[in-house]
Write a protein that binds this ligand. Structure first.
Ligand SMILES: O=c1[nH]c(=O)c2nn[nH]c2[nH]1
Length: 295
């Protein structure tokens, strides 16, 4: 037997960085959870108990804090690339570094109609996530995501015309509740090196805002024929809005809200056009995935 693949490192490294701007007496908070896994000439640490090739995961954790102190932590695309590049540059026997940065929401409070200088709120568990992979002599691949953005629309969603056979019980509908947790990823064209990522810094926040706005606008306005049809439109519009992105990936659970027949109670009408009271389903859920590439 031989080691077919291996990577190791530290997961769930929680980082909070406070930026203080004395000129405006305003402070900004960035909180993230980092995972950093290394690949390279490390097989002997598995096969021969050879620890001489192991950069301890504790040292990886220390490095993440030091780099957070010495370098910008925003946009997350830059920080993830900074961390990944560090390990390739510093250790000749490490050939790839996989870094995931999950950023949490700390939205500045508006107090009496004014942005507060140093107070923030967690307005949702939605995450902005980045995965950067730096490979020796092969540049840096960066994928940006929105995850856990939970949305619901109470109409404007239909699902009919699907396969009807001896396995089918689902009634067709022209008007249903649609709810999902958005998981959207846009994959950037490979960056040659960290300098190339730094040169693209102005594009990352704009791309995230575009992807988020496109997702919410289409979710709200599309007269949805299915999750599939609506998510494809989201992919198309993100590709059109962000030229440096090669492909877009969506993974959307269909979080069902079932109609409830109450007619057994004195003929109470609560289905179809009379539906008002629904039963939210925890499980099972539909799960609809797609990747749409530019060419
Ligand atoms: O939007 C939907 N797509 C599907 O594939 C599906 N299957 N059941 N309900 C569904 N809704």
């Amino acid at each position: 037997p031989h080691v077919a693949a291996a990577r190791y490192g530290k997961d769930n490294v929680r980082v909070c960085k406070v930026h203080r701007d004395p000129s405006t007496n305003t402070q900004t908070v960035t909180e993230m959870t980092v995972c950093c896994l290394l690949e390279g000439d490390i097989s002997t640490s598995y096969t021969r108990a050879d620890n001489s090739v192991v950069v301890a995961t504790d040292s990886i954790k220390n490095t993440i804090y030091i780099l957070a102190k010495q370098h910008p932590v925003t946009p997350p695309e830059l920080f993830a690339s900074t961390v990944a590049s560090h390990f390739i540059e510093r250790y000749a026997h490490i050939h790839a570094a996989h870094v995931r940065v999950v950023t949490h929401r700390w939205t500045r409070m508006n107090i009496d109609g004014k942005p507060h200088p140093h107070s923030f709120l967690r307005d949702g568990e939605e995450k902005r996530t980045v995965e950067a992979v730096a490979r020796r002599d092969a540049g840096i691949s960066v994928a940006s995501s929105i995850q856990g953005l939970t949305v619901l629309k109470s109409t404007g969603s239909a699902f009919h015309g699907f396969v009807r056979d001896e396995f089918t019980t689902l009634p067709e509908t022209w008007d249903r509740i649609l709810s999902t947790d958005v998981d959207a990823t846009w994959k950037w064209s490979t960056f040659a090196n960290l300098k190339a990522v730094q040169a693209s810094v102005p594009k990352f926040d704009k791309a995230w805002e575009s992807a988020r706005d496109i997702t919410l606008k289409l979710f709200a306005e599309d007269d949805s024929a299915s999750v599939q049809a609506t998510m494809y439109k989201m992919c198309e519009q993100i590709l059109a809005a962000v030229p440096d992105v090669d492909s877009v990936v969506y993974s959307l659970p269909n979080k069902h809200y079932f109609e409830l027949d109450l007619s057994w109670h004195k003929g109470l009408k609560n289905t179809g056009k009379d539906a008002e009271v629904y039963v939210p389903q925890s499980s099972p859920n539909g799960l609809i995935k797609c990747e749409v590439s530019r060419s």
